[in-house]
Write a protein that binds this ligand. Sequence first.
Ligand SMILES: [Zn+2]
Length: 557
Amino acid sequence: MKLKATRRIRRFDRERGCYVYDVSFTTQAPLTERTIEVAEAFGLGVDETQEHVLYRDFEFHLAEGDVVYIPPDEIGVADCRDKIVLADQQTAGDWMGLRDGLLLRLQEMGVKGLIVVEQDDYMPSVVHQRADFSVSGSPTSDNISLVQTIPAIVHVSNKDGGPLKRLVKGGGVRARVTSVVDTGWKTLYLLEAEIKGAMDPEKFLLVNGHVDTPPFSPGVTDNASGDVAMIELARILNKHKDKLRRSVRFAFWPGHELGRYAGSTWYNDAHWHEIRYNCVGFYNIDSPGVRGATRYVARHTSAETEQFCRSIIERVTGQANVPVHRPARAADQAFLANGVPSFSTYPLLPEDHPDRWAWTGGSANAWWWHSEHDTLDKTDKNILALDTQISLTAVLELANAETLPFEHVSTAQEIYDFAVELQDKVADHLDLSRVLAEAKRFQAAAQKLEDAKGQVGGDPAKGEKLNVTLMRLSRVLNPVIYSQRGRFQHDPAEWSPIMRATGRYTLAALGRAVELPHLAGKTTYGFLRAQAVRERNRVVTALHEAVRLTEGVLALL
Ligand SMILES: [Zn+2]
């Protein structure tokens, strides 16, 4: 598809007393054999030329006021009512900008606008775009208040920020900030396609990636390259669908950037039951085909899929024991509370690569992430082909596996190790002996289930029972391990710069108990302890249920 023309019209409307904007662009899709084949495979029509309207008759107002610089440790303390605040991005220790508490605190204090100085000193003239709030998907009556409403927020580059700070610190600076913010209920289009399996069509693997990109980034490596890989996978699998055991469903998420995973979050809620009972796995594709990105990681990979994911990467690339990163509520991981096993085979730039800037998330950790520099020259066709080959192997093996390749001995071990470490830190402030005992019991049962895998061959009824159990164990355990608010709600969208393999997201809710010894004697101690006791009960209950489920099916195999 080609961008044909962009139309921007700005006019001052005297009656309304403000500027009015019209922005639209047209695209052209040349009707080649290839585009027609892809469009037909997805059951779509193709228009040669199409107009996309971004804003029509859109009002915007200018914020004008005195600018004050607030150093990191004074945000939320220093008075800033009716001021335009200049602040540093690293204030929050968060690459995504001044999010969460800090933005809301500034808002409560009545700022008129905010100018944020980017922390990127590696490519100091680059501005990276991102969403400035943490609510996952559509807000609800419970969390709408967490979406900030500061009228104007702009980011300036690290290079421009230096002189700006010096100027503002000198005093007497006024600024006029223009920021176009269009907030409201929108209709988004979500493309999905399913290739039906020949033997067990009800069960499906959800292959997915986001289709949008920040407004001023071409987004070639985050995530146009991923969309290309998905289309290629669909094309190949569609040709050989008679050989597919289970179905493969493709979803192209809209609202990934500005909607904070709006598409995937909606999809999980709208298709909750079929995902809960029939989705065998969640395979996310983001940022493949980046030039120089030759190191693979098993990203967004939950414990039970770890061995499978690593073995795929090793068999296709020869890279053994690649690093594993657990999933977090980011990157369209809207299905964690639903308990779906997650895995991804991610290519990243090697540690010492000159294009690598550790703080960027997508684009294989390249410095051009979420910026105007994310262009076609940043890709490598051969690497994209290899990445797609890894994906094809992963998708095909999971869709066709007679016994699903999930093993829960690792899940049990992870919970056990976590509880041992936490018990050591909290000492007698919280008794975790039941968690430890149930984790051991579950591990023994999960090991027996592993041993039984070899014994069901040839008996489809037993095979089905085994597979259903393997899926249900994830449904019982994963919501407890990877989510804080239970099965039906969505945790705030998290940001972890490189999704470190720290286990930070494993049992995060119970993990907060680690603060108990430091709070001893304070009023807040009781609050955290009450919460920790409830979380402990949640973990024990899930483990207990997992043991019963496993022992129940073992008796039938
Ligand atoms: Zn992305």
